[in-house]
Write a protein that binds this ligand. Sequence first.
Ligand code: SIN
Length: 332
Amino acid sequence: MNTSSLPRIAVLATGGTIAGSAGDASKTAGYKAGVVGVDKLLDAVPALGSVAQIHAEQIASIDSKDMSAALWTTLAKRIDALLAQDDIDGVVVTHGTDTLEETAYLLHLVVKSTKPVVLTAAMRPSTALSADGPLNLLNAVTVAASKDAAGKGVLVAFNNQIHSARDVTKTSTYAVDAFRSPETGALGFVQDGRVEFQRTVVRPHTASSEFSASGQWPMVEIVASYADASRVTVDALVAAGVRGIVVAGTGNGSMHATLTQALADAVKQGVAVVRASRVGAGHVMRNGAANDDALGTVSAGTLNPYKARVLLMLALALGSQGRDLQRVFDMY
Ligand code: SIN
């Protein structure tokens, strides 16, 4: 086979369970994430050699629970630089599953290229019996090498499915089909070298997004509403200089009356407040379960609280405020 005609894919490793190691092959919990290097991950998948020419980089070796805004900036800038090269056709990022949906959505909003960017991960460490990482990695590279994946924003290839970074979320603490896109479903599938898309992404992203990884990350925190919620957290955040608060509200983004008062006071102090839902599916309607017009709040639509936080940070960094924030949430 003439491998020099294969697509050239950069694999950027950041750690996670896909790079995890346990002392015993029967262990799928209680392992150490992010300890196996990218070269070893690639060596475990000889079939990659007939799919793409691989350029590998170790960007980080972390458990993704420890993902930071600084690392997001590094990753986004490196992806932009690689995709600007004529000799790179796409990028795959290996990541932990725990914050994969946040990193994927961040990249979906800031990467300035129409070339494919695909994230993947694993639920079982690389040392486990029936580890899922090697096949997920092969499938992710297969998607990144596919011309059909161009222009669709950042994608997540996991357990044979292809999801949009905007909608995908982790839905299981242990199952190998841990990722779902509630309400919208997967974009398509990848199996045995075949990539098939069945729907597309309609909201702006990547090259058509107004956002970039400027390296500025305004302080945005998440608070939840629940029975007997108090205003202690919101008041402490305002005192700490928070710029934005996302509420993981009950139901359609409703909030305990005590929390509502605290957040209305926060808005009066210039804090941007976005209502999302802790439910995990559905959307939060403007002026639905709370009067956004009167409170000065913004509804998150179908974004979960973690993704809403990412969008709010980017929007605040760009100077968006007031009703313009609702435009941003309605658009992205
Ligand atoms: C992590 O998110 O880095 C650990 C958990 C996982 O990858 O499944």
